[in-house]
Design a protein around this ligand. Structure first.
Ligand SMILES: NC(=O)c1ccc[n+]([C@@H]2O[C@H](COP(=O)([O-])OP(=O)(O)OC[C@H]3O[C@@H](n4cnc5c(N)ncnc54)[C@H](OP(=O)(O)O)[C@@H]3O)[C@@H](O)[C@H]2O)c1
Length: 383
């Protein structure tokens, strides 16, 4: 297999990708992270000769990273994208946020296989990502467990026979609570996800259900399915990772442990399968529950559906506003219920225009961040 480039190597997806690479005996020849950290130094000391790109960092810290790295160390967003654009690579994009968009486009323009965890790329710029994929002639295999499940369910099927995509949602740590009960929940409570162990932003997004909204938009662009044909159902056990419904009413679902090493490995080995990187799953002893989403308590899902339907720059604004609102919530500056309110108000104020290039997406992203920051600074703080 081609060498791996692991972007976001210090994160939850990045570290699990390194585990899968070790498990499969794959060579990693380049990694990227947001900045220097002791976690990065630990990773570099265990890897062989890899080149490193960091989005930022001060000189002293960078010298420390360079002393551990056995390859070149470059700094800046361009350097991160340059690693993704190395030819003949399998690129895993585990960067968090819209910051991952440049690397997604670079990997696809270069004709690489892109194992995409960075859903924000697809949300903010789905049409541009699909154009880059077509131009570069490479492959885009989703890593998000729901989209990996849908990719596998759709494999070998005629798309004309598929009537609906059904995305499952765990419901997050606040499933079953009322809005009143959510008024003063803390970041610590939101970060205690019942079934998945993930980075901070996606975990808070899982608690608001914004994560599922972003995934609906991601699925729309990945599989070319209209929003009216994408449904979300709550499934607390996170064992059914998603399903498709056919015209004749039959459902085909993907089932297994909630363990990201499995979809990461699938994106690397597709169309073949490698040996199980996780524990074996047994149907016996497990139960499956499904329920409707409580859309009144978790309005973020519908805010995302609306932005997806509007299209143009609205999904980029949605994502940027959510990044700002979640950061505000994690710093204790914004109440949990205000996250969806800030995002909805930002998308409304920024509006939507048609976007045909990266500059247009970045402009919408920047304007949404400005508006969202203003709204966070005037919103109700938690008690
Ligand atoms: N975790 C999961 O199970 C899971 C499942 C499905 C999808 N995803 C998606 O995968 C992505 C990563 O999620 P995560 O949970 O792994 O996040 P995470 O644990 O917070 O890790 C984020 C990674 O991105 C790096 N990073 C941040 N800004 C960067 C930049 N400007 N340039 C390069 N690297 C940057 C961070 O580096 P530093 O350590 O230096 O900050 C870190 O390595 C997200 O889009 C998420 O929605 C995650």
């Amino acid at each position: 297999m081609r060498p791996l480039v692991v972007l976001g190597v210090t994160g939850s997806i990045g570290r699990q990708t390194l585990e899968v690479a070790r498990h499969l005996g794959l060579r990693v020849d380049a990694v990227a992270a947001g900045g220097p950290s002791t976690a990065l130094q630990g990773i570099l000391s265990e890897l062989g000769e890899v080149d490193v790109a960091l989005a930022g960092g001060d000189e002293g810290e960078l010298r420390e990273v360079a002393s551990v790295a056995r390859g070149a160390v470059e700094v800046g967003g361009e350097a991160v994208s340059a690693l993704a654009g190395r030819p003949d690579r399998v690129v895993v994009n585990g960067i968090v946020g819209a910051a991952g968009l440049g690397a997604t486009l670079a990997a696809l323009e270069a004709g690489n296989r892109l194992a995409l965890a960075n859903k924000e790329s697809m949300v903010a710029a789905g049409p541009l990502v699909n154009e880059a994929l077509a131009r570069g002639g490479g492959e885009l295999i989703p890593v998000d467990s729901e989209h990996s499940a849908l990719h596998q369910c759709l494999s070998g099927e005629d798309r004309a026979d598929v009537s609906r995509l059904i995305l499952t949602a765990s419901g997050g740590p606040f499933r079953g609570r009322t809005r009143q009960e959510l008024e003063n929940v803390s970041a610590g409570e939101a970060l205690a996800h019942p079934t998945w162990d993930m980075g901070g932003r996606i975990t808070v997004d899982s608690a608001t259900l914004m994560n599922k909204g972003l995934e609906v938009i991601e699925a729309h662009h990945l599989f070319g399915v209209g929003f009216d044909s994408i449904e979300v159902v709550v499934h607390p056990q996170s064992i059914v990772h998603s399903a498709i419904e056919f015209l004749d009413g039959a459902l085909k679902a993907h089932v297994g442990h909630p363990d990201m090493r499995v979809p990461i490995q699938y994106a690397l080995t597709y169309p073949r399968r490698g040996p199980n990187p996780a524990a074996r799953f047994s149907l016996a002893g497990n139960r499956l529950d499904f329920e409707e989403v409580d859309r009144a308590t978790f309005p973020a899902l519908d805010v995302a559906y609306a932005a997806g339907r509007t299209g143009g720059s609205a999904p980029a604004a949605l994502n940027a506003a959510d990044e700002v609102a979640v950061e505000g919530f994690m710093r204790g500056e914004l109440a949990f219920l205000s996250i969806a309110e800030v995002v909805a108000a930002t998308v409304e104020r920024v509006g939507s225009g048609s976007v045909s290039d990266l500059a247009g997406i970045l402009a919408a992203d920047a304007e949404a961040r400005r508006v969202a920051r203003e709204l966070v600074s005037t919103a109700r703080t938690p008690a």
